[in-house]
Design a protein around this ligand. Structure first.
Ligand code: TUI
Length: 308
């Protein structure tokens, strides 16, 4: 459907997924994705052009639907003939007809069966079922329960996301009925990823219990590495006297300070529960190759066992 060699998407992560990383993943045969995050059309246009200059393979743009610039970015991806659009943090139904008209494959991230059904009815090409193991903004369900329920509910392809950081996770996702996987945390430690070195080191040294979800109270739960910032945020939000304005003030600029400055006091470092599985910084092509080799080897050896 997308003209890619391997069914591996690199997640569109705010302040992480820039053109160089996306192009490296696409050149390796996966689907690289640029994050439009909260940026305006000028920034996203420049990223799309940079990506096109580094690869002639298909790539995607992730549109975060809470962005104040969503309408201009919706138009931009049509003008630039971006092959694939993924969306996050909302229901993209009203934009799907214009994207499909422009020949774009539309693949929304969905946290539940109801939203998967809604976007399928609205004309989505596929869905990414993302479990709460993921970094960033998450839904209620986890990958193991969400993916097969979405697979049963829709007839378009399902891509699994959340906690999939190696070939074992990929093989498991395919067994749940997914046709591909989307991975964020593992690609954060790709050589081509432009985040501050301190961010990568934090992911590398994280263990299984080193992420924390904040923001449940406001309806926007976000998973990030445990740091002074997340602990302060969690403490403040647990206090009934804290106002939303105070929390918003603390959060403003935190992603930029984490990813660009490596500021580990006031910065936020989003990452998924699979951070503990990420062992080294390496080229994106090596990551894609390892997922495919390990996944295929596991599926083959288990098929032999079943055949006796
Ligand atoms: O979107 C993400 N992950 C993100 S977005 C982001 S930026 C942000 N920062 C602070 C607060 C909010 C956002 C950081 N990480 N993943 C995909 C995703 N989409 N997860 C959950 C959803 C989602 C949630 C609700 C998709 C659709 C949806 O629909 C609600 C409705 O009823 O329409």
């Amino acid at each position: 459907m997308l003209g890619i060699e391997y069914p591996i998407f690199q997640g569109g992560m705010a302040w992480v997924s820039e053109a160089k990383l996306a192009a490296a993943v696409s050149n390796a045969g996966g689907l690289g994705i640029i994050s439009a995050m909260n940026a305006n059309a000028d920034y996203v246009r420049q990223q799309i052009k940079a990506c096109k200059s580094m690869t002639d393979k298909p790539f995607g743009v992730n549109i975060m639907l809470l962005s104040p610039f969503v309408d201009e970015v919706v138009q931009l991806v049509c003008e630039e003939h971006v092959p694939v659009v993924t969306t996050g943090a909302g229901n993209p139904a009203k934009y799907i007809p214009v994207w499909r008209e422009a020949g774009i494959a539309v693949i929304p991230v969905v946290p539940s069966v109801a939203i998967a059904e809604r976007v399928e009815r609205a004309g989505a090409s596929a869905v990414i079922a993302e479990g709460g193991e993921s970094g960033g903004h998450i839904g209620e369900l986890n990958t193991m329960a969400l993916v097969p329920q979405v697979v049963d509910a829709v007839s378009i392809p399902v891509i699994a996301a959340g906690g999939i950081a190696d070939g074992r996770g990929m093989a498991a996702a395919l067994m749940l009925g997914a046709e591909g996987v989307q991975c964020g945390t593992r690609f954060l430690c790709a050589e081509e990823c432009q985040v501050h070195e301190a961010y990568k080191q934090k992911v590398l040294s994280a263990g299984d219990t080193d992420t924390l979800v904040t923001g449940r109270g406001s309806g926007h739960p976000v998973r990030a590495l445990k740091t002074p910032f997340t602990r302060k945020f969690a403490k403040l939000e647990a206090n009934p006297a804290t106002t939303q304005e105070e929390l918003d003030k603390l959060g403003t600029g935190a992603l930029r300070r984490g990813s660009q400055e490596g500021d580990d006091v006031t910065g936020c470092f989003m990452a998924g529960q699979s951070a503990g599985l990420v062992k080294r910084i390496e080229p994106a092509a090596d990551i894609v190759r390892e997922y495919m080799n390990d996944c295929c080897r596991l599926l083959k050896s288990n098929a032999l066992v079943i055949e006796g």
